[in-house]
Design a protein around this ligand. Sequence first.
Ligand code: 5AD
Ligand code: SF4
Length: 470
Amino acid sequence: MTQDTAQTAAPQAPASDGANSRKVFVKTYGCQMNVYDSGRMTDALARDGYVPTEDMGEADLVLLNTCHIREKAAEKVYSALGRLRDMKKARNAQGREFMIGVAGCVAQAEGEEILRRAPAVDVVIGPQTYHRLPEALNKARSGARVVETDYAVEDKFEHLPVAEKAKIRARGVTAFLTVQEGCDKFCTFCVVPYTRGSEVSRPLSQILDEAKKLAEGGVRELTLLGQNVNAWHGKGPKGEELTLGDLLYALAEVPGIARLRYTTSHPRDMDDRLIAAHRDLRVLMPYLHLPVQSGSDRILKAMNRRHTAAEYLALIERIRAARPDIALSGDFIVGFPGESEQDFEDTMSLIRAVGYAQAFSFKYSIRPGTPGAEMDGHLSEEVKTDRLERLQALLLQQQKDFNESCIGREIEVLLEKPGRMEGQLIGRSPWLQSVNVDAKTSQIGDIIKVRITGTGPNSLFSEPITIQEG
Ligand code: 5AD
Ligand code: SF4
């Protein structure tokens, strides 16, 4: 599954094309896959004359691209819809169109229920049917309330336009590219197999075309996305079976692409070819998000993760042997039903054994319809809070240690965007850290070598050395 960073992002507005065009405000909840989907929906709506805006106050259409992974994420949507209902009333009183669309995983999971709980909503559209959004809005305009949550038979990506060069430019030098969707793993805590459906891989040629377009638009770093990205599989030009490792070798050849990443992986699908790609490809960044969720074999079994803690540690060893400078990131759940203090301590031991550069951790959240919800031994909020605090203290210390280990090192940074201070840019290290760099705006997109001089709460400080490439 894609890493959920609770990020929200409205696609950036390109230059406005006139006062007459309709405006769409997209609010994105949840994982990077939703960020990617929001961009593609905005591109599809552009064909219908919609211009993106970052100001909800001037929007004619508000689209919430929602997340259902934990209870809190789903609740947020309903409170946002409450506020939007009042806005719609006020707009309609002025005789202005104001439409509300709910997309994403809450839309998929709750469908009609959203119309019942939130009568102001015009369109509910699930992740597999985004290409039908313009048509759904038209139906809604003529008075219908539309719910589109089938798993469409047609390939949504074939029907969703890729942005033109100018728009890609406006979005910056890094981009997401969805290569795989859905999940067949059925971890017992997780709603994804129900909201995103079973695993589907996009064909190699479609991915390569999109990567080339992005590169031509100025993108230097691509992050391949999939709920279970390392389950990607495809066919080569001669009909040969390909896996994610092969895809990375192919993408490494795309002119202009200087950095590749992928997320999120399941340990069971880290095959030899993928590990070889980490050994061979300099453009594949030495950073891997490899969630383990728990360090207790008993809990891993109850979670249906289908590997043990020892197998995970052995896998990490193999990956580190192939790429010694690789940094690891992970996801952890505390308070899964039946988790004892000893199980929790096993998770802490695993974290100490691995040493993570970054991590995401959550209290177990009951998701109706998943096997976990029906299990015995649900833990109190107090126990979950206490364990999460202890776990996060350890992970935070590891992150700090990792950042401090970078001080004095010369590293390559991809310059991404203006910094907070004049004459400074923010760039990314190979290990996904934000780095403050003294550089000019014209250098955005360059990779330069810097020396790390210190660490702040959310970023590293640096001094420049030499320009590597442009
Ligand atoms: N409760 C808490 N965390 C969850 N995640 C997925 N489902 C749940 C749940 N029911 C976490 C997992 C996953 C990350 C994206 O979200 O750690 O890897
Ligand atoms: Fe959810 Fe497990 Fe699939 Fe990840 S691998 S999306 S946690 S079911």
